[in-house]
Write a protein that binds this ligand. Structure first.
Ligand code: GRF
Length: 208
């Protein structure tokens, strides 16, 4: 099974995927300054930078990214902090083999600044979600979620840290399930995990 990871920045989820022993065929970034590129390079993983500013349109940019990805003939493409809005053509090209990690319990808090919005709304449970990507931003079929208890003293930073630690647990898990061929999207658009044990199916709730 071949995995290509798309990043724009720090690359801590990429690092977690690699630390989990999951092989990554290549890393693609729209940002030459992405720290995550070094994470890949240190491990001898090929990296490709495709700067969005070099392209006249989103469509042309996405086509170039697609070409770089497809050179590896990946089974799965994982967005890990990839900060570009995707064209429908790109998303359709990778239907059923494009996944994303989002720092909220979807469908709550799609988009940006999820931790600040969670705090300002006073939610008591926050978390993160790995989902298949569909054209509607942050709305695709949910694969796995981790819940994090919000504490009275939380700031954006402290909450973000605990959610990120949860991200690092569930992203490798979702990829393993995909590679094991255990993820099926049913007719109603929901993900079923085949042969799931009770503990695999339960939501992960982490404390402080
Ligand atoms: C993560 O919080 C992820 O959920 C979001 O962007 C952030 C990327 O962090 N989509 P990193 O680059 O993996 O450290």
């Amino acid at each position: 099974m071949k995995l290509v990871v798309l990043i724009s920045g720090r690359g801590s989820n990429l690092q977690a995927i690699l630390d989990a022993g999951i092989p990554v065929a290549a890393v693609v970034s729209n940002n030459a300054a992405a720290a995550g590129l070094r994470v890949a390079q240190e491990r001898g993983i090929p990296t490709h930078v495709i700067a969005h500013a070099d392209f006249a349109s989103r469509l042309e940019f996405d086509r170039a990214v697609q070409q770089a990805i497809d050179a590896y003939v990946p089974d799965l493409v994982a967005l890990a902090g990839y900060m570009r809005i995707l064209t429908d053509a790109f998303v359709h090209h990778y239907t059923g083999r494009l996944i994303n990690i989002h720092p909220s319990l979807l469908p709550s808090f799609t988009g940006l600044q999820t931790h600040a919005r969670a705090l300002s709304d006073g939610v008591k449970i926050h978390g993160c979600t790995v989902h298949f990507v569909t054209p509607a931003l942050d709305h695709g079929p949910i694969i796995i979620q981790a819940a994090v208890a919000v504490e009275a003293a939380d700031t954006v930073e402290t909450l973000q840290q605990r959610v990120l630690a949860a991200e690092h647990r569930i992203y490798p898990q979702a990829i393993r399930w995909f590679f094991e061929g255990r993820l099926r999207i049913d007719d109603s658009g929901r993900v079923n995990l085949s042969c799931a044990t009770a503990s695999e199916q339960s939501v992960w709730v982490t404390g402080g």
